[in-house]
Design a protein around this ligand. Structure first.
Ligand code: HEC
Ligand code: HEC
Length: 268
């Protein structure tokens, strides 16, 4: 009788352990089955270069999209990254890897990325986000929204700290603009009586152009009614050299932008 009871409680204990095991497993998350597999990594490299490098850079340090060499050190798991690739980030430029790409190819891309990953978290110059917010209000808010406040001549920056790599932001703010974002290309319209209106291009076709002027008024013009429509090379955003924005203020500004987790991308 006693032995039976002991046996029963042992059985129950084992059953509980077994029941708990899958749970523990699910929490640990699925690990990449291809980590360290040279053949898979090579396939992953090809897939990465053709499908991701345009936005994330050939070295994965970020161009139009964020730096991917820090995703693991920032605490993301293999499984979480797999899911991000599968769903994309809705409402942002980050596309989903389509259904036609089998799971094992997605894992291979991640196995390749893992070889580029940083081993330690970025030392990251730690700025003062509070001062950064002040700098933003003074220097940027007239043209940019963040947290639902600000101007509309430039794009909303509530997510830019998540979506762009730091060096890209620095270059952008300090002034090296190779190409204006679509919807924000600088334009100057000269009317027949010689007036000029400058702004950013919102829409255009063969016959007309719609611009937002510096006072955020949307104006439409028929090309036949004006003397000239000229696309400028100079972005509508001024450049912020060190005389206008000190190294410290820039650093604080970036710390502030990094604290913004953005508008909900799904409703962008
Ligand atoms: C058209 C540009 C574009 C392409 C192509 C693209 N991405 Fe992205 N990706 C982005 C942007 C922008 C974000 C940031 C989205 C946001 O605002 O959160 C992002 C985010 C990510 C994230 C999340 C990063 C984090 O910190 O959580 C991962 C991981 C990622 N991309 C991997 C990939 C991989 C792998 C590919 C190729 C299969 C790819 N991306 C293709 C633009 C792109
Ligand atoms: C006079 C208006 C104006 C001011 C002031 C201004 N910007 Fe901009 N900004 C723009 C416009 C317009 C664009 C988009 C045009 C382009 O890409 O050339 C832009 C683009 C940007 C981008 C690129 C966004 C992206 O998605 O890649 C960043 C980053 C940026 N601005 C940051 C700043 C910061 C930080 C400040 C303050 C220090 C600032 N801007 C001040 C008008 C402005």
């Amino acid at each position: 009788m006693l032995t039976l009871r002991i046996l029963t409680s042992v059985t129950i204990a084992i059953a509980m352990l077994l029941a708990a095991a899958p749970h523990v497993h699910a929490q640990a998350g699925k690990k990449n089955p291809y980590d360290g597999d040279q053949g898979a990594i090579k396939t992953g490299m090809g897939l990465y270069r053709s499908r991701c490098a345009d936005c994330h850079g050939i070295d994965a340090k970020g161009v139009r999209g964020p730096d991917l060499t820090q995703v693991w050190t920032s605490g993301r798991s293999d499984e979480g990254l797999f899911n991000t690739l599968r769903t994309g980030v809705i409402g942002t430029e980050m596309p989903a890897v389509g259904e036609r790409t089998p799971d094992d190819e997605v894992w291979k891309i991640l196995a390749y990325l893992r070889t580029l990953a940083a081993q330690t978290p970025e030392a990251g110059a730690k700025g003062n986000a509070q001062n950064g917010e002040r700098v933003f209000r003074v220097q940027c808010q007239s043209c940019h929204r963040a947290n639902g406040r600000g101007g509309r001549l430039g794009p909303d920056l509530s997510r830019v700290g998540v979506s762009r790599a730091r060096p890209v932001l620095v270059r952008r703010i300090r002034g090296a603009v190779e190409e204006s974002l679509s919807g924000f290309e600088p334009v100057t319209v000269t009317t027949k009586d010689g007036q000029t209106i400058s702004g950013v291009t919102k829409n255009e076709d063969m016959y007309s152009v719609q611009i937002m002027d510096s006072r955020e008024r949307i104006q439409g013009y028929l090309r036949s009614d004006v003397r000239a429509v000229e696309k400028g090379k100079q972005s509508a955003m001024p450049t912020f050299g060190p005389e206008r924005l000190s190294e410290n203020d820039l650093n604080d500004l970036l710390a502030y932008l990094a604290t913004l987790k953005g508008f909900d991308p799904a409703v962008k």
